[in-house]
Design a protein around this ligand. Structure first.
Ligand SMILES: [Zn+2]
Length: 175
């Protein structure tokens, strides 16, 4: 069964790594493995709290970037397509338009996520204020703000995978 299991949140990662993940899933230890590494929760549940949180990180690392007009949790954001992208560049609005907007939208799922993952996604979105694409310069900026960025993004993808597995199990178990 595990060999057939698709891992949509982990596209682009090395086959050896995916084999390890499938092993964790098969033994039912994926969720607890992630939870162990990222046990700290957060209280950033309202838009006001999110605004403060984002601006605190912004003033620490990206003081020169222009102010944000809006910071919001967005329940309609599809996290892989819109928030994280795959490992290729996402097409985005052209320069001037993007500049004019300067909003940060965070998928609502992060309200319930470990503190590390909220920090990771905010760092990701802040980096987009300067770098449009998911290229070297972009990830360098992410790592400047969060030295453990790559590990965090991978673990976030594991967390999302584990969450979805639980959700699909719940559905099958309804009798
Ligand atoms: Zn992105």
């Amino acid at each position: 069964m595990s060999a057939e299991l698709r891992l949509p949140y982990l596209q682009g990662y090395a086959p050896e790594l995916l084999a390890q993940v499938r092993g964790l899933i098969a033994s039912g230890r994926l969720a607890q493995t992630v939870a162990k590494r990222h046990s700290e929760t957060h209280e950033v549940r309202t838009e006001r709290a999110l605004y403060d949180y984002v601006n605190e990180l912004k003033s620490r690392h990206m003081r020169s970037a222009p102010p944000l007009s809006k910071v919001a949790y967005d329940a309609k954001l599809h996290i892989v397509k819109n928030a994280l992208g795959t490992h290729s560049a996402v097409s985005r609005v052209q320069g001037s338009k993007l500049k004019a907007k300067r909003e940060i939208r965070i998928a609502s799922v992060f309200k319930e996520a470990p503190a590390d993952f909220l920090r990771m996604i905010v760092v990701h979105e802040l980096a987009h204020l300067k770098e449009r694409d998911h290229d070297k310069a972009f990830y360098a900026l992410c790592q400047h703000m969060a030295p453990d960025y790559h590990q965090l993004e991978f673990d976030l993808r594991l967390w999302l995978t584990a969450r979805e597995l639980v959700a699909s199990t719940d559905v099958t178990n309804v009798t």
